[in-house]
Design a protein around this ligand. Structure first.
Ligand code: G6P
Length: 489
């Protein structure tokens, strides 16, 4: 963290993302509540911004935002201990519909995640996407106090913005991080605006993905659809006069400092009381946005199968799923919610008696403290994404277990599976495998839990989010230096 601050001393840092780190919402009694959205991106980038300060430009989405803070677009955050500025860009309904719901979440999101949901591409959405990228680029340009700020562009909402900023601020250091997977070139090729997207991204100085696999897919895609010079060894792409360094930077979390954490035995007791289950009840836990990429249905099927294969668990074990509603204006997401509810009901009907519920489903937002308690109270955490850039829930669970207990069941299709080898790695499409892993986690001997957990904790502690940001910024500093030398020659 200190090194990061040192690296950036004197540089202006501007972050651009769609999702804002804080949402101001009006409660029924008229008071304004501040909430953190469920987003892996926010979890990671917020920690970095707290450390290095600067300005975060984001889409103002919360319903009360406009009324409460529009007098002053620049809001100091975090509310209790301000260390950077949040600058909102207000979008019209039409812009939000086309850019966010449409092109970003019906087009790019399913395009990049292999979850068998067909991407939808509409020209009208694309037009809004271009327009909104321009609006955010203008906000960056307006916020820039020097001709060479460090601009950190986040995710698939802003593929065109790097080039737009580059044109206005040729000396800026633009670091773009793609938080979701990048598919193979053939899959990406169905996007009607593939060239525009690639050209836009190549306005970046550095382009980051979570894994070498996604990085390689990107290089192949550029190779296939654009006239560029690629140096595979150096992992650079020259396009026109510009050079983009393409790297993999696995994202992480800020390692918690523990003084205020509630002891594990207290969490265990309280959570079981809240759920109304006996104190010796076994619990497995999952928390995700309610999204079809997260493998929630497959997870429920694995629970079902586990109870079928191990009937001694019936009545003694429950699976708790917290699902934060997300993008619920989209039909695909509404249907998904129905399917999740229906399957939970079916399994509960099958095994439930005398108030016993094998699946406890809570479709609502939970704050970080509450989630910590669930993490600490559960025997097992299940992450079964069908495809995921990284998945920070897996790392949050590991970080929450300072008692070195608990088992993690983890999908092999997450970026996290490349780092957390000691998890019980599964293919979420293989229901029996998921069921067996869950059972194994619930019955894992204490010594084995400690051994696995210790090793995973050690890794997450060392490769934390400051390292993620630090690596990108160090690479950026190196490129800036090289540029200066080249100019002198
Ligand atoms: C993923 C994306 C983020 C996004 C988050 C939440 O992690 O990579 O860009 O913010 O999901 O989704 P939402 O649409 O609610 O912002």
């Amino acid at each position: 963290k200190a090194l990061l601050q040192q690296d950036l001393a004197g540089d202006q840092v501007l972050v651009v993302s769609n999702r804002e780190p804080y949402i101001h919402e009006k409660a029924a009694d008229g008071t304004v509540k501040v909430r953190r959205p469920a987003s892996g991106l926010v979890t990671a980038v917020e920690a970095v911004m707290r450390a290095c300060s600067g300005t975060w430009i984001a889409h103002g989405a919360g319903s009360a935002d406009r009324e409460t803070v529009d007098k002053n677009d620049h809001v100091p955050v975090p509310p209790k201990n301000p260390s950077y500025t949040l600058r909102r860009v207000w979008l019209t309904e039409e812009e939000e519909k086309g850019y966010y719901y449409g092109f970003a979440n019906e087009g790019l999101w399913p395009l990049c995640h292999i979850a068998h949901v067909r991407p939808v591409f509409r020209s009208s959405d694309w037009e809004e996407y271009v327009k909104v990228n321009r609006r955010f680029a203008d906000a960056v340009i307006k916020e820039a106090r020097t001709d060479n700020p460090v601009v950190l562009v986040q995710d698939y909402h802003f593929a065109l913005l790097p080039r737009m900023v580059r044109e206005a601020l040729p000396k800026a250091t633009i670091i773009t991080f793609w938080h979701i997977p990048w598919p193979n070139s053939e899959s990406f090729g169905i996007c009607p605006w593939r060239e525009e997207i690639l050209e836009g991204m190549l306005g970046s100085t550095i382009l980051g993905f979570h894994t070498p696999f996604h990085r390689k897919n990107f290089l192949d895609t550029v190779d296939r659809y654009l006239e560029t010079r690629i140096e595979p060894e150096a992992s650079t792409i020259s396009y026109g006069n510009e050079l983009t360094q393409v790297e993999d930077y696995p994202i992480s979390i800020a390692w918690p400092d523990y003084p205020d954490t509630v002891p594990v035995d207290v969490c265990r007791t309280e959570i079981r009381q809240i759920l109304g289950v006996p104190q010796d009840h076994l619990l497995a836990f999952g928390v995700d946005r309610l999204d079809y990429t997260k493998g929630i249905l497959e997870r429920f099927q694995a629970v079902d199968r586990m109870l079928e294969m191990h009937p001694t668990m019936v009545g003694k074990f429950s699976f708790v799923q917290i699902a934060a509603p997300s993008r619920s204006d989209l039909e695909e997401y509404m249907n998904f919610e129905q399917r999740v509810r229906k399957l939970a009901d079916k399994i509960n009907d099958r095994y439930g008696k005398d108030g016993y519920l094998p699946i406890i489903l809570k479709i609502e937002h939970h704050d970080q403290n509450e989630l910590q308690r669930y993490f600490r109270a559960s025997e097992v955490c299940m992450v079964t994404s069908l495809h995921d850039g990284m998945n920070l829930v897996a790392k949050e669970f590991i970080a929450a277990r300072d008692d070195e207990h608990g088992a993690l069941v983890l999908s092999q299709f997450t970026g996290a599976a490349r780092e957390l080898h000691e998890a019980l790695i599964i293919n979420p499409y293989h229901i029996e495998q998921g069921a067996e892993a869950l059972y194994r986690g619930l019955t894992m001997p204490s010594v084995e839990q400690v051994e696995r957990m210790r090793s995973m904790r050690d890794r997450v502690r060392r490769f934390n989010v400051y390292r993620w940001a630090g690596h990108m910024l160090l690479d950026a500093a190196r490129l800036r230096k090289r540029e200066k030398v080249m100019q002198k020659i």
